[in-house]
Design a binder for this molecule. Structure first.
Ligand SMILES: [Fe+2]
Length: 484
């Protein structure tokens, strides 16, 4: 893959031979603000709100083997209003970035280890680079290995410090908390190396921690997501986890798949106690991201991207990069799980066999039944993670339509944006960020959600390169500009 323009990436990337620091992944040096962006096509006037996306963007040269998940968080946003678009990018101003800026070099070795147990605060660097969620007037930038929730102004992306949820937060928070738009609550979990290995909590619509419970697990685990329904939350325990003894002796987290153990989902009332969790067992595997969950009578129904074999696909010829590259070679397919709260019955069925990940339904409908979701197709033969097609699923029958990105273009997680005045679950748009691997031009693409296979109806040209990244959300305009 060609290297990005040397002027816009840190000079040290020249001599670090790691694919996730070059090409479409190369970190960018500068923050950008730009208004009245040029557009091919026309921005719909009923598209009002913001596309926001988090991702890794290293400032300092890694002191050890770099992993794509290590980069400092940078949030990119495209705001749409009155047929016009603005773009901003800002680093997440984490304590770790401040520490490293003061030191002038990297202080943490990264998630590949070996870890420095004397590093500030924790042996893992909290980059807040993974997820971005709108709640109680803030954007929250969150980290998948569990860290501090960093608050950002949703319009300017300027730092607002760390969320402490009314001064009551005593733990870290994982990426992928869910906001229930019916109540305004933020439902979250976090993980730890020592008991309680999981903590579950609820933050009120006003941003105050109102519920927190320890969750009993057999040991340290590595779930990545949780789902909500109207009355319950569903927690994960997969047989893919690291050995705490190896962590102590080798100072590394080495994830192993245990196919003799089941996948387990724990159903707990929204404000239930830890001992009220009811566990259901399923086929062993792993899930990075669920689509959604909801209630149908006594049943909990949950759809997600199931990995039947999460083993790391190492290719020995890839040398010291083999573990990282292999871990990121995801094989995930859309699956449905059902759990009956009256009878205890558990059912599961595949919905399709296409390799897809980074799924999003209309996130305003988290916890309610959704029929549609929007995924990224990952080619199975790719060297690195590549988002190569937008796939819209109809969960009623598992059918899908797709738009394959043109040669050289790679996109991002693609949220649904309800049309102003829209009715019906897919009455709106799908928005994504795309970057070209040759020219490194970056664009924001707008699709009609009902015709994603026809390709973008508008392409907004961005004034700076946007590296490929992680999670994105759509923030509706009535939350950003409530008085207009
Ligand atoms: Fe994630």
């Amino acid at each position: 893959m060609p290297r990005a323009d040397a002027a816009d990436r840190p000079a040290w990337t020249d001599h670090v031979d790691n694919p996730y620091l070059h090409g479409i992944y190369a970190p960018i040096r500068h923050e950008t603000s730009a208004e009245e962006l040029p557009v091919e096509g026309e921005i719909p006037h009923d598209l009002c709100g913001a596309y926001v996306r988090n991702g890794p963007n290293s400032v300092f040269e890694p002191s050890n083997l770099y992993h794509w998940f290590d980069g400092d968080g940078m949030v990119h946003a495209v705001h749409f209003r009155d047929g016009k678009a603005t773009y901003r990018s800002r680093f997440v101003q984490t304590r770790a970035l401040a520490d490293e800026t003061a030191a002038g070099h990297a202080l943490w070795p990264g998630i590949m280890g070996p870890f420095d147990f004397d590093a500030p605060r924790h042996y893992l660097k909290d980059t807040a680079n993974t997820d971005v969620v709108y709640h109680a007037g803030d954007l929250l930038a969150l980290w998948y290995m569990c860290g501090e929730p960093y608050r950002l102004d949703p319009l300017s992306l300027e730092a607002r410090g760390v969320a402490d949820f009314g001064g009551k937060l005593r733990t870290t928070v994982s990426a992928h908390p869910k906001v229930d738009e019916r109540t305004g609550e933020l439902v979250w979990f976090t993980l730890a190396d020592e008991p309680p290995y999981m903590t579950y909590g609820v933050v009120s619509k006003d941003g105050e921690l109102v519920h927190q419970q320890p969750i009993e697990l057999p040991g340290p685990r590595a779930p990545h997501d949780l789902t909500i329904t109207e009355n319950f939350s569903i927690l994960h325990d997969f047989p893919f986890f690291h050995d705490p003894e190896i962590l102590k002796s080798a100072r590394r987290r080495v994830a192993r798949f245990h196919p003799d153990l089941p996948s387990r989902f724990g159903v707990v009332p929204r404000r239930g106690a830890g001992d009220q969790v009811r566990w259901f067992e399923f086929e062993p595997g792993y899930v990075l991201h669920m689509v959604n969950a909801w209630e149908e009578g006594d049943w909990i129904v949950m759809d997600g991207c199931f990995q039947p074999d999460p083993n790391i696909r190492r290719r020995p010829e890839e040398g010291e990069l083999a573990s990282m590259l292999g871990y990121l070679r995801i094989r995930a397919h859309l699956r449905r799980w059902r759990m009956n709260l009256a009878t205890g019955e558990a059912r599961e069925e595949p919905l399709d066999d296409l390799n897809v990940e980074f799924p999003l339904p209309d996130t305003e409908l988290y916890g309610s039944r959704t029929r549609y979701s929007y995924h990224q197709h990952l080619p199975e033969d790719a060297y690195t993670v590549e988002f190569r097609a937008l796939v819209k699923y109809d969960h009623d029958d598992g059918s899908c339509v797709r738009y394959d990105y043109p040669d050289g273009w790679y996109a991002s997680e693609s949220p649904f944006a309800r049309r102003v005045g829209g009715s019906g679950e897919d009455d709106g748009y799908v928005v994504t960020l795309a970057v070209h691997a040759g020219s490194f031009e970056s664009q924001c693409w707008i699709f009609s959600a009902r015709d994603v296979d026809r390709g973008p109806l508008a392409r907004v040209r961005l004034p700076a390169r946007v590296p490929t990244g992680f999670h994105a959300k759509w923030i509706p305009g009535d939350k950003l500009w409530p008085n207009t």
